[in-house]
Design a protein around this ligand. Sequence first.
Ligand SMILES: [Zn+2]
Length: 129
Amino acid sequence: MAKKYSKTKLKKFQKLIEEKMGYVHNEVETIKEGVGSATNKQGGLTPDSIYSNHMADAGTDSHEQEKNFMLMNRGSDYFGKLEIALERIKDGTFGVCNICEELIVEERMLEVPNATKCVGCKETEKLGL
Ligand SMILES: [Zn+2]
């Protein structure tokens, strides 16, 4: 019989992943709002932007925006990975190395919930053996 985590353990992982998803989702939403308002600020010529020294402001905004887009992408990337992890919990492949079929240690699964290889197999793969 293939090894896998107990139902209790899986429930614990699932809860944790769902919590993380909620957190990442909020994070991305907050950034999105920030990007939205920054775009509006740049789009319209309000009296404020004419009279304040808006060159410096615009520079900061576009830099901020770039950073936000990066964070947003990273956030949605991570969100996707967590979704995959949840799928794995459902189909029973969560926490099982897809090479040697051993259980991947719990600490690793907590850190990288979408991991599909144990540390040993990952190392071997990295060395190209
Ligand atoms: Zn392995």
